[in-house]
Design a protein around this ligand. Structure first.
Ligand SMILES: C[S@@+](CC[C@H](N)C(=O)[O-])C[C@H]1O[C@@H](n2cnc3c(N)ncnc32)[C@H](O)[C@@H]1O
Length: 318
């Protein structure tokens, strides 16, 4: 059983650190061939922005410590800072807090006992959830190998022996999902992603949902993601929300952000894919005091914008 005591940061011997590097290299391969660099698209650096934002502008536990190790290991500080100032902490922190709130409640009431974090980037979810939720039997993190390798090195450096399974791979490919299954027990799973759905075309979403459906049909549980701006056409002309979209567009360089769907369209789309759709209000206590002063008002506006988490599950068999 996982012991929260081991979450304490402790100094590690060079031998332990070497073992962790070997493990990450063995899992992902050391050369650029086969490390996912080829399959990555321009969305992958967007994960750096969230990590920097959490470390510099929020009170999210362990974000600063993890980010520091990540910078030391990757040597990417200059490149990350060159992505520009972060003007959207409210946007990233709200989804982070809401996801944990829902996962924690469903772990505690027995709805799920396993977790899959898709496209996990550099979030400290696994560390923070495993520290406090004894109910978690399996925690899987996934991203393109190029990001996940750095994440695994940083997480292992922060806490030795954390029981997270790191599975690299494209989430639209069924091969990635077969690897998830290889790690799961026959119990319900909470699958989630943050900061991903807005970058996926409709075609990619359909492929992702097909994989989700097959997994939920075997294990039970749900798939969840945060509400996103392209599902709120009524906010398109609002300059503050526009600023969020143009900042993430600049870093990701993807056109999928320009699409626009009404909430009814999306609900219908998810139902057509075979899901029961639940909505949960996005309300959380943000660390507004540590945000840059001129964006604090944006946080209040986001909390009043009517965002609701999307939680999808399969109909119960009769
Ligand atoms: C905006 S970041 C979000 C990262 C993290 N969830 C967060 O909230 O900070 C988007 C992430 O999705 C990953 N990603 C994008 N498309 C993916 C795909 N098809 N399969 C796996 N990961 C993907 C990127 O590599 C990147 O880490």
């Amino acid at each position: 059983m996982f012991n929260p005591e081991s979450m304490q940061k402790k100094s590690r011997t060079p031998e332990e650190i070497r073992k962790n590097s070997e493990r990450a290299n063995a899992d992902f391969g050391e050369t650029s061939e086969g490390d996912g660099t080829k399959e990555k698209d321009s969305v992958f650096p967007t994960a750096f922005m969230t990590a920097r934002c959490f470390a510099e502008q929020t009170q999210i536990p362990n974000a600063k410590e993890l980010y520091k190790i990540f910078l030391e290991k990757s040597g990417l500080e200059k490149e990350i800072n060159a992505l520009g100032d972060i003007r959207t902490p409210h946007f990233m922190e709200l989804r982070y807090l809401m996801t944990e709130k829902i996962l924690r409640s469903s772990l505690e009431n027995g709805e799920i006992s396993q977790v899959i974090e898709l496209a996990s980037g550099f979030t400290p979810h696994s560390i923070n959830m495993l520290a406090t939720e004894q109910e978690i039997e399996t925690y899987i993190e996934n991203d393109f190998a190029v990001n996940l390798k750095m994440k695994q090195l940083a997480v292992n450096d922060f806490i030795s022996g954390i029981p997270v399974v790191f599975i690299p791979g494209n989430i639209v490919d069924s091969a990635t999902w077969s690897k998830f299954e290889g790690q799961l027990e026959g119990k319900p799973v909470g699958i989630f992603c943050e900061g991903l759905m807005m970058y996926l075309s409709r075609e990619a979403q359909i492929k992702l949902l097909k994989n989700v459906k097959e997994l939920l049909a075997k294990y039970g549980g749900y798939f969840m993601h945060e509400d996103i701006l392209k599902y709120h056409p009524e906010l398109k002309e609002n300059p503050r929300f526009n600023r969020i979209t143009s900042q993430i567009k600049k870093v990701s360089g993807t056109g999928a952000l320009d699409e626009s769907f009404s909430q009814d369209d999306i609900k219908r789309f998810y139902e057509e894919q075979g899901f029961i759709v639940d909505r949960i209000d996005e309300k959380a206590e943000l660390s507004i005091d540590t945000y840059p002063e001129d964006v604090r008002g944006d946080a209040v506006e986001l909390l009043n914008a009517g965002f609701k988490m999307w939680k999808l599950s399969l109909p119960k068999e009769k």
